[in-house]
Design a protein around this ligand. Structure first.
Ligand code: SF4
Length: 366
């Protein structure tokens, strides 16, 4: 097994990213084979349990209430509906369900209690459960862990420097603090980012420095290609070239040898050949289902056809870590603290986010 290094520098990562393509692919595939079965890919289903109406200003996100993107918001899905969807996902070959709620941060109360029930319900289906609910406190992380959560997703999105160009409503340190809170439990960390937001290669390397120097490194790292949605501040960004995606996946694989590298948003823009090259370069996880929260994604059937074509198999659940025990609410050791933590609200403004907000207001009032 390759050893995890936690002292990667930006220069070293840039040198890897910029290698001649054939060398980069060879090196990444070699690391990949030492640490993973190259013919196995984890299939996860992403479920939006609460869509839209978010108070944040993430420049890429159609769920931010301040932009005008036509995304229809909904209330929290019921526990029963979530269980049904998880069963369908399992039947379709998924081993993991990731539940996403468009929240700035988790608030203690009845909605969080329901999410805990959802976690218990999916864990009982013998599937890995992941949540992405925004910022969480240590006590909330412990309650999720106790309910049987397998992974918590909280993306760093980009480098610390470029983060400020995309989001103004919270700081990079908030992200790291939430990851730190998750690390105080046995829940695994899923954290990655997005390319194609106008960042430069140094920013991509900077994000990989931030992720790879976490100790331990995240068990899962999604690499998203921006899906530019009309109405968001990033609506005019050009699609990412497949070669950039391959370079990013390969570099991630080399600096984070044991991590599951996940091909996430932007897969509809990739050809079968492009996806196959990403698998060769070390991607070993995908999101299934024809929607990723609110943006399009290939159909499950298409994915299975691709797997057959490439002779690949979906990963079984709990192959990397044992299934967490799920404690019932009545036996819970951790109670709601009714915390009202003060996450930061940085004071900088991002002009394009402001402009998109104003345009959104006008369109809504028209
Ligand atoms: S990415 Fe998450 S936090 Fe940011 S606006 Fe969208 S739903 Fe809200």
């Amino acid at each position: 097994m390759s050893v995890q290094r936690h002292d990667w520098t930006k220069e070293e990562i840039l040198a890897i990213y910029n290698k001649p393509m054939m060398e980069l692919l060879y090196d990444a595939a070699t690391v990949h084979r030492k640490n993973h079965d190259p013919n196995v890919v984890q299939v996860s289903t992403l479920l939006s349990i609460k869509t839209g109406g978010c108070s944040e200003d993430c420049g890429y996100c159609p769920q931010a209430a301040r932009y005008h993107t036509g995304v229809k918001g909904n209330d929290l899905m019921s526990v029963e509906e979530v269980k049904q969807k998880a069963l369908q996902a399992k039947a379709g070959g998924s081993s993991r369900v990731c539940m996403g709620a468009a929240w700035r941060n988790v608030k203690d109360g009845p909605e969080f209690d329901e999410v805990l029930e959802m976690v218990r319900g999916i864990n009982k289906l013998d599937m890995e459960v992941c949540c992405t609910l925004g910022m969480i406190t240590e006590n909330q992380a412990k309650r999720l862990a106790e309910a049987g959560l397998y992974a918590y997703n909280h993306n760093l999105d980009s480098s610390e420097e470029y983060y400020k160009e995309v989001i103004s409503t919270r700081g990079y340190q908030d992200r790291l603090d939430t990851i730190d809170n998750v690390r105080k439990t046995n829940v695994t960390v899923c954290s990655g980012g997005i390319i194609g937001m106008g960042e430069n290669i140094e920013d991509r390397a900077g994000m990989l420095v931030a992720l790879s120097t976490l100790n331990p490194q995240p068990e899962s790292t999604p690499i998203n290609a921006l899906v530019a949605v009309e109405g968001t501040p990033l609506e005019e960004e050009k699609p990412v070239e497949i070669w950039e995606m391959i370079r990013m996946v390969a570099t991630t694989r080399i600096v984070m040898p044991e991590t599951q590298v996940r091909l996430s948003a932007g897969r509809t823009q990739m050809s079968k050949e492009g996806q196959a090259m990403c698998f060769f370069a070390g991607a070993n996880s995908i999101f299934a289902g024809n929607k990723l929260l609110t943006t399009p994604n290939p159909d499950v059937d298409e994915d299975m056809k691709l797997f057959n074509l490439l002779g690949m198999n979906p990963q079984k659940p709990f192959t990397k870590k044992v299934q967490p025990q799920s404690v019932e609410a009545k036996d819970s050791e951790y109670q709601s603290l009714g915390e009202k933590p003060k996450w930061t609200r940085p004071e900088h403004k991002i002009e394009r986010n402001e402009a998109a907000k104003e345009k959104g207001k006008e369109l809504r009032n028209a």
